[in-house]
Design a binder for this molecule. Structure first.
Ligand SMILES: Nc1ncnc2c1ncn2[C@@H]1O[C@H](COP(=O)(O)OP(=O)(O)OP(=O)(O)O)[C@@H](O)[C@H]1O
Ligand SMILES: [Mg+2]
Length: 305
């Protein structure tokens, strides 16, 4: 064999060895890439679980705090409200009594009555006293509703382990909402067959109802809002959509914060309560909104094990 032939053979052997090495390298790179992908997925899952745990912890502390606050505020507010209602009745009775008295005096001395009313600004005092009491009663009723809202946080701690069908929850909530006179919109239901969910159907109805109310209050251009349910793998998705005002981008992170509101009269607690309930059911709630176009709010829940 000439030296050229042996050189060529040597070259071919080297080429083959390189091809094998390259193929091995490619296999290893693919394996590494797949492992990397799996690691990234595991990391994401861990992060999500960690977020959920932190959210649950926060929820528990808020629950404790709000239960305490609700109790402390509710008692004094209850007697303020009841006293104001009695006071309102007394003012009415005193006004009536004074009218009777003044009309008796008026028969013999009309000038005195006119002077007396004028000097004491009596007509204004009686009217304003009644208005002030009425406003205070309304204020106190508002406090009562806020306290009721706070109570839901503590109730979410007592989640039942009942299995229930979200679609029935949606039906009953829509039925309830459509009877509220101020919410005059059509509600379009698009419901798919769902697996059961585990938790408390009454609280879940409340969470869904808050989303429907918000959608109805968003001035939907079509006069219609929709609620859709779908099963995606092991996840149940409930989406409430409207083609109303939408939410400015910079406001979107704030909408779940307690007392954040752009509406009057409102408490800014609806979405906070819905989020608390959904988190208590190991789910999450997401908002996607285009200002001027409309809003989708999606509740994502795990199915019952
Ligand atoms: N579908 C929606 N379209 C437009 N804006 C919305 C929508 N849902 C929520 N928002 C905005 O998020 C804010 C907070 O909503 P949230 O339900 O928590 O409180 P609220 O509706 O203002 O008061 P409450 O529900 O306590 O009566 C609203 O004031 C509104 O600005
Ligand atoms: Mg609301």
């Amino acid at each position: 064999m000439s030296s050229l032939d042996s050189y060529k053979r040597e070259l071919e052997i080297q080429r083959q060895a390189r091809r094998v090495a390259e193929a091995q390298l490619e296999d290893k790179s693919r394996e590494l890439y797949q492992k990397n992908q799996a690691l990234e997925a595991a990391l994401l899952q861990l992060k999500e679980q960690q977020e959920l745990l932190i959210a649950k912890e926060k929820q528990a502390s808020i629950g404790q705090l709000s239960a305490g606050l609700a109790h402390e505020i509710n008692n004094p507010n209850a007697f303020v409200q009841s006293n104001l209602e009695s006071l309102h009745k007394y003012v009415f009775q005193l006004t009536d009594a004074m009218q009777v008295l003044l009309s008796k005096i008026e028969d013999s001395d009309p000038r005195f009555v006119n002077q007396f009313k004028h000097n004491h600004d009596l007509d204004f005092l009686l009217q304003d006293a009644s208005d002030l009491i009425q406003e205070s009663v309304q204020g106190s009723q508002r406090i009562q509703r806020i306290v009721q809202g706070l109570r839901y946080f503590s109730q979410t701690d007592q989640r039942d382990g009942r299995q229930f069908d979200i679609n029935s929850c949606i039906h009953s909530t829509v039925e309830l909402i459509s009877h509220e006179p101020e919410l005059q919109v059509r509600i379009n239901k698009q419901l798919s067959v769902l697996k059961d969910c585990e938790g408390n159907p009454t609280l879940m109805s409340l969470a869904i109802g808050n989303l429907l109310k918000n959608a109805a209050q968003s001035h939907p251009r079509s006069g219609e809002i929709s609620i859709r349910s779908e099963q995606v793998g092991q996840e149940i998705r409930i989406t409430v959509s409207d083609d109303g005002d939408g939410i400015p981008l910079d406001q979107q992170p704030k909408i779940f914060e307690p007392f954040y509101t752009t509406r009057q009269p409102a408490h800014g607690l609806g979405l906070t309560i819905s989020q608390a309930i959904v988190r208590q059911h190991d789910g999450r709630i997401e908002c996607s909104s285009q200002p001027g176009q409309g809003t989708d709010i999606c509740i994502r829940l795990p199915t019952a094990p």
